[in-house]
Every structure is written in structure tokens, then in C-alpha cells.
Design a protein around this ligand. Sequence first.
Ligand code: DC
Length: 231
Amino acid sequence: MQQDGDQDRINIAIDGPAGAGKSTVARMVAEQLGYVYIDTGAMYRAVTLSVIREGIDPSNERQVGELVDTLAIGLMPGKNGQTVYVGGNDVTDSIRSREVTLNVSVIAANEKVRISLAAMQRKLADGKGVVMDGRDIGTHVLPGAELKIYLTASVGERALRRYKEVADTQRISLEQLEQEIAERDRMDQQRAHSPLICASDAVVVDSTSMPIEEVVATIVHLSRTKLAEAK
Ligand code: DC
């Protein structure tokens, strides 16, 4: 819904495969513009964590679909850009566990889950001024977003970045991480409901050999241009 002052803010959708740097970039862009950062992957992770904790088989579509509507998922600006709650409990760290990561693509392929979470995401973006990252934001959740970015990088580079993040805490080889990321890409791209694809009107940014500051500056510049056009 158009509100007073909407012409001063736009919505920015940042989509792309796992490990392309979307969350970090989206958080930094939001900070620079004074916008709200929303990490939609965290919402799929919160559902996955709850499914695991309830002892539900992630591939049981009906039970997972029933659970999703009972969950009170809350997002607040906070540590690492966003604090995530389920039923008032802070799950920000637990949703990053390896068990959640290995199961989240199955949950993200569940149509009922996607419908529920997409409705929440649209509401969060209603007043404009959000930077939302995910897989289907520009194509499905916010097709009217004024700026759409498809942020990607080679699978080798994405695995290397993840490896550096987790090497201290997880015993996993670079090769295994690369395989897991490639498998998650495949599942996200091939699922039936709102798969990961590049929107036809998205600007493709390949961050393989681009410093993060340059990626952020590129997006901030594009958003200022879009904002000027929208006025
Ligand atoms: O960005 P991430 O790795 O935290 O995302 C976790 C999973 O959620 C990922 O495998 C794909 C899925 N996802 C999705 O299907 N749609 C979104 N808008 C965001 C994430």
C-alpha cells in the first residue's frame, strides 16, 4: 500500500545462491541507506529448527505445513544485523547449525511453508525502505521492488568463503563444503515452487573477485539512481 513518504524510499531485493555474500551485503546496504534489513533465509531456517525440535520428518509435507502456521516467527534488528525469535525465544545462533543447514532446502521446497513465509515477508516490506535478501524476492515475493540484484559468485569462491567462516568451529573439508553448496543450489534451483532464478529485470553482480565494499558501493549507487528516478 502506498503511504505518505513512500516516494522517499524504495524496496531492494537481493537474490542469489548460497554463500554469495547476500546477508553481509544486504546488511551493509541497509545500514548505509538507513533501511531495514530482512534476511528471509533465516525464516526458512527458523521453521527448519522448529521441525527438528518437534521431531517431525522434514519431508512430511502435511505435518510441516501444519506446524508453520503455529509458529510465531519474529525478526528484530540486532546482533549480526537481525535477531530471530520463535515464540519469544532467541534462535539467532541455533538456526545456523549444520543440522539446520542440511535440512533447510527440503523445508524451503514445501509449498505451504513458502506461501506462509512469503505473506509475512510482503507485510514486512509494505511501508518500503527494506533490503530483503533471499532466493525468490525479486521474482515472487516483491516483484514490484524498485531495485533487484542477483548476487552470485563461483561455487569454488562461495565454498572458500564459508570454509573460512566455519573452519574454527566445524570439522569439514573445503571439498565437502563445495559439494554441499552445489547440492543446495541444485535443490533451490530445481524445486517446483518459486525456485531460485534470476529475475529478468535484475542487475547481475558477480562478486567472485570483487571486494565486498565495492559490491555494497555498486548497490548503494544503483539504489540512489532508482530513488531519483522514482521521484
Ligand atoms: O540464505 P540461507 O542459506 O540462510 O537460506 C537458507 C535456505 O532457505 C536456502 O537453502 C534456500 C532457502 N530460501 C528460500 O528458498 N527462499 C528464500 N527467500 C530464502 C531462503
